[in-house]
Design a protein around this ligand. Structure first.
Ligand code: FMN
Length: 227
């Protein structure tokens, strides 16, 4: 984990561990009430963090930098690379993890709750614990659809059909096996996996517009972006 690749080896990341049940219950709210935040004994939040580096630069009378969009992206990439290394480490020890994509949506509130300083923002979080189930890994799209040789191969309609053929059956069955999701889908006239994905139930475009504004606001507040 400590050896994760790092841009310029500047290690522009911080990790905040949350184990205290009361503090976890606030994180549960900020992660849109995903049950695993309460169930798992540990939440690890990975932050893009230039605060420490910039303090060091200031102490050495060096020029300031990284309080910009490039800085945010560079530190975010470092944080994600580190997060995945940590996940592999936990999994190799028999622990289970789940990423919390909701970190992005509540970025600024989580930053406030964890008392993150200027130019420091959460990028992702994982919950960690010993799993009490062993679900089969879900299929990924076929590798041929993802890999391009030399230049991008624009998929034809027939290739798109083929790429999503299996997922449209299995994915749909998986969601429709959950009575609540089945009921909500029927109420909204949703008849396919594609429609489900961008419905209000899953990745609602309206919510995404709202989350995008929140992220922009967080970047401005923490001085990664100027308005
Ligand atoms: C960046 C990222 C964010 C994710 N956020 C969530 C989340 O908020 N809640 C959740 O249940 N799963 C989350 N996941 C897990 C994915 O849903 C999961 O990896 C995918 O459905 C495939 O399942 P599998 O990894 O168990 O095969 C996230 C995964 C990634 C990479």
């Amino acid at each position: 984990m400590a050896g994760a690749s790092s841009s310029g080896n500047l290690n522009s990341v911080s990790i905040v561990l949350t184990q205290d049940p009361e503090r976890k219950s606030r994180l549960y709210e900020l992660h849109m009430e995903q049950e695993m935040v309460l169930e798992a004994p540990l939440v690890v939040t990975f932050c893009a963090d230039w605060f420490r580096t910039r303090e060091w630069l200031r102490l050495r009378q060096a020029r300031d930098n990284f309080n910009n969009l490039v800085g945010y992206l560079v530190a975010s990439f470092d944080a994600m690379i580190l997060a995945q290394n940590v996940c592999l480490g936990f999994e190799s020890e028999g622990l289970g993890i789940c990423y919390m994509g909701t970190t992005l949506y509540s970025m600024l509130d989580i930053a406030e709750f964890l008392e993150l300083p200027d130019t420091c923002l959460p990028v992702t979080a994982i919950v960690v614990g010993y799993p009490d189930e062993d679900p089969t890994k879900r299929d990924r799209l076929p590798m041929e659809a993802l890999v391009h040789h030399e230049t991008y191969h624009r998929p034809s309609v027939a290739e798109i059909e083929e790429t999503y053929r299996q997922r449209e059956v299995k994915g749909w069955e998986r969601y429709m096996a959950i009575p609540e999701l089945k009921r909500m889908s029927e109420e909204r006239g949703i008849t396919s996996l594609a429609q489900f994905y961008t419905s209000e139930i899953k990745y609602d475009p309206e919510s995404f517009r709202e989350f995008s504004l929140r992220i922009e606001d967080a970047l401005v507040t923490k001085h990664f972006l100027e308005r």
